[in-house]
Ligand binder design. Structure first.
Ligand SMILES: NC(=O)C1=CN([C@@H]2O[C@H](COP(=O)(O)OP(=O)(O)OC[C@H]3O[C@@H](n4cnc5c(N)ncnc54)[C@H](O)[C@@H]3O)[C@@H](O)[C@H]2O)C=CC1
Ligand SMILES: O=C(O)C(=O)Cc1ccc(O)cc1
Length: 276
């Protein structure tokens, strides 16, 4: 099997590494837009060859879109003339808007996937060897796909050591919002709150583990996350409203010195880690 990867940053670059590690592809082709990315991809030896989109389409059994979620949608018309045997797969963090915007001509070929693994880093240098190992990938709306493409996706994800979960795209976006998109909104808010109040010297001198843990994902790519917030806007707004209710509640308990209720509220939060 030949695989083509469009976008060789954290997700695409790590996918290329996993394919090599498990000898899954005969040849891995890459497509990158900027000269800087191309240089980095060659230097890091992420793919066998960097090619244009036509070469990818003519030579690959599987084409992986590992680019920001709005770019995934704008790129889809490029694939209207692909062979019915070629699988296209995206790795985007949102799913419903994407599946609803796949042109009907290639809907059977298009596998909507979301690997539930990543980091706050981006670009080719962020690619890591074992990003996918032992992690979960969510595949959405597989009833819209032809079997050849579903089987190919299952085979590749299993071979790189992933656990597969199948879900409706709408349901996926709700879960992804609470487990990932809301935490990113909170982390960005925390970072901006602290920077608006503390000077850099105090931040360096006093930042402890908790603050570092909670602000790590505030380093994530604004290009990628603006698109995600845009595509999952409805769920994100609802989750922010629910989160604000909790912030109001803790504020009120502290203001009214209601420490017994505060302790109960904290104890309830502690139980999350009995599940995790
Ligand atoms: N970062 C993470 O932890 C995770 C990201 N995702 C999703 O994976 C996708 C890729 O994210 P990352 O790899 O983290 O981003 P990244 O920023 O590390 O890599 C994306 C690469 O694609 C390139 N690119 C952008 N538009 C392009 C286009 N039209 N043609 C060719 N190259 C293009 C960029 O220059 C960049 O090198 C996104 O859709 C994101 O939502 C999914 C799970 C985890
Ligand atoms: O860095 C982290 O902890 C993440 O949460 C990474 C991440 C980012 C986006 C996703 O769609 C999935 C995972």
């Amino acid at each position: 099997m030949n695989v083509g990867i469009i976008g060789l940053g954290l997700m695409g670059g790590s996918f290329a590494k996993a394919l090599k590690r498990y000898s899954i592809a005969e040849k891995v082709y890459g497509y990158a837009r900027s000269e800087k990315s191309k240089e980095e991809i060659i230097e890091l030896n992420l793919v066998d060859e960097i090619v244009d989109i036509k070469t990818l389409k003519d030579n690959c059994d599987l084409i992986v879109l590992a680019i920001p979620v709005d770019n995934i949608i704008s790129m889809l018309p490029e694939f209207l003339d692909i062979s019915s045997n070629t699988t296209i797969m995206d790795l985007g963090s949102t799913k419903e808007f994407i599946v609803n915007n796949v042109p009907s001509k290639i809907r059977k070929n298009f596998i909507a996937a979301h690997p539930m693994t990543g980091t706050e880093k981006s670009g080719p240098k962020a690619a890591i060897d074992d990003l996918y190992e032992g992690r979960t990938v969510v595949l959405c709306n597989l009833e819209d796909n032809e079997n050849i493409h579903v089987n190919r996706a299952f085979k590749v994800f299993q071979e790189i050591g992933m656990r597969i979960v199948v879900m409706d795209a709408n349901e996926h976006d709700i879960h992804a919002c609470y487990m990932s998109h809301l935490p990113h909104a909170i982390s960005y808010s925390l970072a901006n709150t602290v920077m608006g109040h503390e000077d850099p010297k105090s931040i360096i001198a006093l930042a402890a583990g908790g603050f570092k843990d909670m602000s790590r994902i505030a380093k994530s790519s604004p290009e990628m996350w603006t698109d995600i917030f845009k595509q999952n806007r409805k769920n994100l707004l609802k989750s922010i409203d629910l989160f604000e209710e909790h912030m109001k509640k803790v504020r009120q308990m502290v203001e009214e010195e209601d420490y017994s209720d505060l302790k109960q509220w904290m104890k309830k939060a502690n139980t999350l880690h009995e599940i995790l």
